[in-house]
Design a protein around this ligand. Structure first.
Ligand SMILES: *Cc1c(COP(=O)(O)O)cnc(C)c1O
Length: 473
């Protein structure tokens, strides 16, 4: 399997070549040259597999440059009951007839990002050892991504993680999750500023190409293809849990921000998984809902981006969306020319674009529908789910469930992806139900653990000096 860029660079690259990369050199995103189609016999065989074996089968179709025995070992090491809480890894919880939650948030940081990030930790360690290289991952976080990355990379050889977070702006729980890690390869820097300051510093350091090369700086952001690929697996697992035979269809509802999670569902559907609808849910930041209703993609300015009670979906620009548009336009060289025009020139010039009617008409064939949810919807959905089903859901999952109900169809099971546990967003849960959400035993009392972090002004040079003195190769 070779990979190409959504903007036309067709230099042949294998999985290992793009594993540690961000954007393609032409500014596009990497995608496989084509999606492998799963035939009926294969789908029937996969139905009986354990999660780790299913992951191995799916990853094998996209990874030609890691020996099978090694890849199998990495999958086995990642998807264990010890890390994800149950032998099924992503079990379904029934809410109503035909309506299910798929548990994706029982990993170490209580959000679905662990599903992919834990695998990435093993893949990075493996690939860096194979090359005899080291890598420093520098990233900004407002909470979830940073803790998922640190949890996945802690103790891994060849990798150091430096995460910048806005000082005092994460919840006490999130601070405790990150700052209590004592592994030597984990570095937390609390920046005196807001999330945007952290992001600007990472950009400034990454744009200093000499520094970047000398200190081998990389990222693990949501455009990483390996992360997306790891997420494809749980769509298959969810389908098998919800159905008895492969002539049935299911729909998935996905709380969306950067379009990473639902893009994995799109890939699963392209591979032939019988998915009826992919239901995209946004919060008040409804860039993507607007696109699927109108064909217009309009990026918002930071000032237009609302701070909501489902903060991991507060995005103004969906970084993975370009992958879908490239597929919508035909996944070929003509599509690459048009994608380059839309996501390069048009976005820079007009802050967005509107697809031609014939281009947008194709979207219906890809199974997408969408909707949006507000703070009031979240509260009502959390409350009614607790009262009627005895299940506490988090605010992001509530957005998914609210929109899912509007798109339910008789005879088609609807699976709502649970993207975080309620315990992570306790304040809103208390507002909705009057009760504190339960926290998994392993995380009780983490706020009182000793914390290790460095406070720094919002100054890229200071961060560079920190890397020079603390992370020298
Ligand atoms: C990251 C995140 C999302 C959004 O996922 P995307 O892949 O960016 O669409 C939704 N919910 C939670 C809890 C998250 O952490």
């Amino acid at each position: 399997m070779k990979y190409l860029s959504t903007r036309g660079d067709v230099t042949p690259r294998g999985f290992s070549d793009i594993l540690l990369e961000g954007l393609a050199p032409d500014g596009g995103l990497y995608l496989p040259a084509s999606y492998p189609r799963i035939d009926a016999a294969t789908l029937a065989r996969w139905r009986g597999l354990r999660y780790a074996d299913l992951a191995f089968e799916i990853l094998s179709l996209y990874i030609a440059d890691i020996p099978a025995a090694d890849l199998k070992r990495l999958c086995e090491a990642t998807y264990t009951e010890a890390i994800f809480g149950t032998p099924q890894i992503t079990p379904l919880k029934k809410l109503d007839d035909g309506l299910f939650l798929q548990a994706l948030s029982n990993g170490p940081t209580l959000a679905f990002k662990d599903m992919a990030m834990q695998l990435l930790g093993h893949l990075f360690e493996y690939e860096l050892a194979r090359r005899g290289e080291e890598l420093k991952i520098l990233g900004p976080t407002s909470g979830d991504t940073g803790s998922a990355a640190e949890s996945a990379m802690r103790g891994k050889r060849g990798v150091r993680v430096v995460i910048l977070s806005p000082k005092g702006r994460m919840s006490p729980f999130q601070q405790a999750q990150m700052f209590s890690l004592t592994d030597a390869n984990i570095h937390n820097i609390a920046i005196e500023g807001v999330f945007d300051d952290c992001q600007d510093i990472v950009k400034a350091v990454s744009n200093d190409l000499k520094f970047k090369r000398r200190y081998k700086i990389g990222t693990v952001n949501s455009i990483n293809w390996a992360r997306l690929l790891a997420q494809v697996v749980y769509y298959f697992a969810g389908y098998f849990h919800a159905t008895k035979s492969n002539d049935e269809k299911v729909s998935f509802a996905v709380p969306s921000g950067n379009f990473g999670n639902i893009c994995a569902g799109h890939v699963a559907r392209r591979m032939g998984l019988p998915i009826h609808k992919l239901v995209l849910a946004t919060n008040e930041n409804d860039v993507l809902d607007e696109f699927f209703r109108t064909g217009t993609y309009r990026v918002r300015a930071s000032a237009e981006t609302h701070e909501t009670s489902s903060p991991s979906m507060d995005i103004s620009k969906a970084s993975n969306f370009e992958r879908f548009v490239f597929d919508l336009l035909g996944h070929d060289s003509a599509a690459a020319v048009r994608t380059r025009e839309l996501f390069g020139a048009a976005l820079a010039r007009d802050g967005g674009f509107t697809l031609r009617p014939a281009e947008f008409a194709a979207a219906a064939g890809f199974g997408f529908v969408s909707g949006r949810s507000t703070h009031a919807d979240r509260l009502a959905t959390i409350r009614s789910t607790f009262e009627r089903c005895g299940v506490m859901i988090d605010t992001h999952t509530a957005d998914g469930l609210k929109v899912a109900r509007a798109h339910q169809e008789a005879g088609v099971p609807m699976i709502v992806l649970e993207t975080a546990l309620a315990a992570k967003f306790a304040a809103t849960i208390v507002e909705a139900t009057g009760r504190e959400p339960q926290r998994p035993a392993a995380l009780r009392g983490i706020e009182s653990l000793p914390k290790r972090y460095t406070v720094m002004a919002a100054d890229a040079r200071a961060v560079q000096r920190y890397i020079e003195t603390h992370c020298a190769a």
